[in-house]
Ligand binder design. Structure first.
Ligand code: CS2
Length: 494
């Protein structure tokens, strides 16, 4: 049996030779980036790009200080601390090759619930030039029915009266920006890394709504001084499993929370920064004047494609995305959805051949070593589907385009939310902030076939669009009569 080495700064030199590791001096790094939401994706993407940059350019200005806003973030904070903030990024190629890279760009971590003032001070520190976010699609406190910031959220209410000890990201950003303004320091950039169209504009709109209610003058200053670059982010990062840790251990390294991902990686960013930025273009990121076509393409093909496979596949009894792609029916269905429904409502992207992009997506989804579980894909569908899929449906309805493939996904989502099982009655692991309301609306289907669509915060006015409701009614009825989703999928693609 090989003995494995516990990962930390001291053990770096003793790691197996095949492990890439930071060659730069970490103790000299300043935390130019404060990042809220240190999940797998941040660690496979921004922290990875930044690690490469630190290694290749020897800059000292762009270390990352991670922030966890919730008690649930304590675990990652404790593990990172114990490992001197190092972790292994395990890149899994389709041919079975594995590349292990120890990432050194994160140099600190703070749990906001332990000390809110320290977090505000960190964000307000003059070294901090960027506050970046991966707070999930649901984290923006956006109400899809009104298109506005949701002031009814009790956490927001608390932050409005107690900005010294906030709980929301908007409370923290506002408190820190206020402090910077009062101290005469330049504003930081707020950089969203979530899968939301115009993620920067969305962050700006939400933050300004909150800040304006707090302090109108401060909101004016934020509007004037803070930049919110839109960006498209991409790297498939499944949930780390005990088996991943075991494999790492067998290759000689003991890491309490490695991150697993695919080789593909993309980051397209608008060059709009308030106070300087890392030269991420030196390590593969693209800076463009307008990210809109890239982000729309990615969200409506990749993320929507994931949701299509996730919901249909869950009912069918598939477990993973690559398992779906290995099933010709699912692979064909996905391609048809992309060609017939998603692509026609996309603007052309300069320099990108959409067919090649879609082929690459299907190859990436099919990577048999990235076991991306459908439960991760379906996680928080209520925050994802409006952005990933319903926008495509609405645009097709407006243009007289096809909606068959997407309508079945909504019908499948209804069945999934109602029954909570696959077609054989096996329980599914559903995690969604709106789980109870989704279930309640879906469970009315047998008496009122459009019951699920009454959730206006999610579906907007779909319930009033006859072209959609006719198709949906037919599919929901068929699905409830026989939950063998494959039969319905066959029918649509034949
Ligand atoms: C996934 C994304 O959340 C989801 O449902 O589609 O996490 C996806 O894997 C990433 O956006 C890939 O860049």
């Amino acid at each position: 049996m090989t003995t494995s080495i516990e990962l930390n700064q001291k053990s770096l030199q003793s790691l197996p030779e095949s492990f890439a590791r930071p060659s730069y001096e970490r103790s000299n790094l300043k935390a130019g980036i404060v990042h809220i939401g240190v999940g797998g994706f941040h660690r496979s993407h921004e922290a990875y790009y930044t690690d490469k940059l630190l290694a290749e350019t020897m800059t000292q200005d762009w270390g990352i200080c991670g922030i966890g806003l919730r008690e649930a973030d304590r675990k990652i904070g404790d593990i990172l601390k114990q490992q001197d903030y190092l972790y292994t990024l395990v890149v899994k190629h389709p041919n079975g090759t594995i590349e292990n890279r120890v990432i050194g760009s994160i140099i600190d971590f703070m749990l906001a619930t332990d000390n809110p003032t320290a977090v505000i001070d960190k964000m307000a520190h003059e070294d901090t030039k960027i506050v970046s976010l991966t707070i999930t699609e649901g984290g923006y406190n956006f109400n899809a029915a009104t298109n506005e910031f949701d002031f009814s959220n009790p956490d927001v209410q608390q932050d409005l009266v107690n900005l010294d000890a906030p709980v929301t990201v908007f409370g923290y950003l506002t408190a820190a920006l206020k402090k910077r303004r009062d101290q005469g320091l330049p504003a930081f950039t707020v950089q969203s890394c979530d899968n939301i169209q115009h993620n920067g504009n969305m962050t700006q709109k939400m933050l300004l709504a909150f800040a304006r209610k707090q302090d109108a003058e401060l909101a004016d200053w934020i509007e004037q001084e803070v930049r919110f670059p839109n960006a498209m982010v991409d790297r498939i990062t499944p949930v780390t499993t005990p088996a991943d840790m075991e494999t790492l251990r067998a290759s000689g390294v003991e890491d309490a929370w490695p991150v697993v991902c695919e080789p593909f990686c993309q980051w397209v960013i608008e060059d709009e920064f308030s106070n300087g930025r890392p030269q991420w273009e030196q390590v593969g990121a693209q800076f463009v004047p307008d990210v809109t076509p890239y982000e729309t393409m990615k969200i409506r093909l990749l993320n929507a494609g994931h949701s299509v496979l996730g919901l249909l596949g869950s009912i069918h009894g598939h477990d993973t995305i690559d398992g779906c792609i290995a099933d010709p029916l699912f692979a064909t269905y996905l391609r048809r959805f992309m060609d017939i429904e998603a692509s026609p409502v996309l603007d052309p992207v300069e320099g990108i051949n959409l067919d090649v992009y879609k082929n690459t997506l299907i190859e990436r989804f099919g990577n048999p070593n990235v076991k991306d579980n459908l439960s991760r894909i379906c996680l928080e569908s209520s925050a994802k589907l409006p952005k990933f899929l319903i926008s495509t449906i609405s645009e097709n309805l407006a243009n007289g385009g096809s909606i068959h493939h997407a309508a079945l996904v909504i019908a499948a989502w209804c069945y999934y939310s109602d029954k909570g099982t696959d077609k054989n009655g096996k329980a599914l692991d559903i995690v969604d902030e709106m789980k109870a309301s989704l279930h309640q609306a879906a469970s009315g289907t047998e008496s009122d076939v459009l019951s699920f669509l009454t959730l206006k915060d999610i579906f907007g006015d779909l319930i009033e669009q006859t072209a959609f409701t006719e198709e949906y009614t037919q599919q929901v009825k068929a699905l409830y009569a026989n939950p063998d989703i494959a039969v319905l999928m066959q029918e649509i693609i034949k």
